[in-house]
Structure formats: C-alpha cells, structure tokens
Design a protein around this ligand. Structure first.
Ligand SMILES: CCCNC(=O)[C@H](O)[C@@H](O)C(=O)O
Length: 339
C-alpha cells in the first residue's frame, strides 16, 4: 500500500506559565519573554519533531520544502506559531551557511475566529449544560472529595479564592513550568502535592471531553476538527488527483489534542505532553481502496504508538473510518448547542 496523504496535529513546545497565582514568587518579569511564550527547550522540541517528520516521510515528501506539498495552520498564539515554524530545511535550501533553519509560511486566524484548533470552544450553552451535569456525577464528586484537602491547601497557599478543578489546573500548570525551569517551589509544594495536582490536571482534561456524555461533548467540541480531518482524508482519496498536498500540519494545544482524541475514543486520559503529535496517514491499497492508520507520538525516545479506532482494525478502511467517526461529528453544531 502507498502513502498518499498525512495530517498531523501537535501541541506546541515547552513554554513559560500562562499566568502566576496570587502568592507566586515568580511573576511575568521573571520569564525571559513573559507568560505563555515558547522557551528554547520548546524550540528544540519542535526542531526535533520537524526532523522526525522529515525522516518518517523521507521519500514521500520532496527532499526540499515544497509549498504545494505542505500546508501549515496554527492557532494565533506566539507559542504555536513559533512551534510550527521550526521545520528543518533540506541541504540545498539552507540560505545562510550553518543556519539549519528556513522560514515556512504558517497560516492562522484571529483567536476570536478560531473554530478548528482551539477547544473547548465557548459559545455553546448545551456544552456548558453538559459540564454542569458532569460536575454532579458520582465520579466528579468522588474525585473532588478525594482531593478535598489538596484543594483546600491550594486555596490557602496560593491566595486563589476559588478552588474549582479549573483553578487547580492552572496552579499545577504554573508549578510544572517553574519546576521545568529550575525555579524552586515553595515548601508546601512537595512531590506528593505535585503528584496529586497532576492527577487533578489529568482529570480536568477527562472532564472537559468525557467522563459524562462523551459522545455529545465530542459532537460539540473535538468533532469539529475531526470533521475537517475526515473530510480532507476523503478528498485526498481520489486516484491521481491533481492535488499536490501531501502533509497538513496543525499547530495547537494540549486541549486540542485531547479533544480530537476523545472524539475518536482514543484519549487515554492524560495531558498530552509538549510537542506531542497525533498522526493520520492515508494509504491507497493495491486494489485501489483506501485505508487510514493513526499514531500518537507522546515520547520522542520511541516510535509513535499505533492507535486503533474502536470497532476497526489498525489499518482501518476509509469507508469504515468515516462510518465509525460519524456519530462524534455534528452536522449542525449551532443547532445542537441551543438549549
Ligand atoms: C487558559 C489556558 C490556555 N492554555 C493554553 O493556551 C496552553 O497553550 C495550553 O493549551 C497548552 O497546550 O499548554
């Protein structure tokens, strides 16, 4: 079977915190580029991802960058735009000796117009209703009861007057970024506290796109992106189409990867790491039919993991892929959002 088209969605690389908590000893001035910015570690992570993709698709992609072959779209954040731009050049495209980098065009839309790569999308009362109902489920109540003491600790130590899961989420994120950049944590942040905050953060992802009414949440969130990806796969599955596009690269966030994976029922409930990459490969089989293979790269030290769409084989026929994903895609989201 021959590879004919690839779509990859990745999270940006390592960054500075999005914000500090009220009593945080580190504030915006303590970060080289301020809050929410790609770090040099993040740049290295994405240069490595670019090298991985070039190697994986050597022979499929033109040796040198061909603007007809590759389309890059990013959310309108510095960290995602910069992550997407770190595509290594081929030899003859090096334009300055010793500079192993070349600019590639990265397309985007303003944040308030983004409806493909940023989740959870607001403007959906039905989704908000589902989230309220989720917070009444036994599972949610059990988790918040189990971690009651840690939520209380976070409230008192950080000066945050709310300790809903979302507030804890942002504290963990800030502490995680600070730990990754050798900024010593306050005494109350013990390894056990970080472990519990990590579990709550992962739970926060599960809640956003699952735990309760996962299919309906997918139709209102990640299904929006899944729909585009499935439409593109079908569009590319035509023999000798004059389409030269071979690789669609989407640069986004942890929530984007999680939302998309939840809509495919392949989300394993943990925050997608920096530069993690969801891969869709479309193949034309010898008999002229088409199949889709999915992979998830969340560890750059090993090969990407093959993912199995529930109800299908690892090399899932395109027809089956379309049929099995349909229930997670809304054909009129605005209507389904109305309450
Ligand atoms: C309000 C928090 C928004 N967080 C982000 O945008 C980050 O990019 C986050 O999605 C991530 O992938 O780190």
């Amino acid at each position: 079977r021959n590879l004919v088209y690839v779509t990859v969605l990745f999270r940006h690389g390592d960054r500075s915190p999005i914000k500090a908590y009220p009593t945080d000893p580190y504030q915006e001035k303590d970060w080289p580029q301020g809050f929410g910015q790609l770090s040099q570690e993040g740049m290295r992570q994405h240069f490595e991802l670019g090298q991985f993709l070039r190697k994986r698709y050597a022979g499929f992609l033109n040796e040198s960058y061909d603007r007809h072959e590759i389309l890059v779209r990013s959310t309108d954040y510095d960290r995602t735009l910069m992550s997407a731009s770190l595509y290594p050049p081929s030899d003859q495209q090096v334009f300055t000796p010793d500079l192993k980098w070349q600019p590639i065009p990265v397309h985007t839309v303003p944040q308030n117009e983004e409806r493909l790569l940023s989740f959870p999308l607001g403007d959906c009362p039905r989704y908000q209703q589902l989230m309220n109902e989720t917070e009444q489920t036994e599972e949610f109540l059990n988790v918040t009861a189990t971690y009651k003491d840690i939520l209380e600790l976070v409230r008192t130590k950080t000066g945050l007057n709310k300790t809903k899961v979302e507030s804890v989420w942002s504290v963990y994120d800030t502490l995680f970024c600070e730990s990754r950049h050798n900024k010593s944590a306050p005494a109350w942040v013990t390894p056990d506290v970080m472990k519990k905050l990590r579990a709550l953060k992962d739970f926060g992802f599960q809640v956003m796109f699952g735990v309760y009414a996962q299919q309906e949440k997918s139709r209102l969130q990640g299904g929006m992106l899944l729909n585009e990806i499935v439409k593109n796969l079908s569009k590319m599955a035509v023999p000798e189409s004059n389409q030269r596009l071979k690789l669609m690269m989407l640069s986004a966030h942890d929530t984007t990867v999680a939302a998309l994976q939840a809509s495919l029922n392949v989300f394993h409930g943990k925050q997608p790491p920096y530069a993690s990459c969801q891969i869709f490969e479309l193949y034309r089989d010898a008999n002229g039919s088409y199949s889709v293979s999915m992979f998830y790269r969340n560890d750059s030290t090993v090969e990407p993991y093959p993912q199995q769409l529930p109800g299908c084989s690892l090399n899932c026929s395109l027809d089956e892929f379309v049929r099995l994903t349909k229930p997670f895609i809304s054909d009129d989201r605005d209507k389904e959002c109305k309450v």
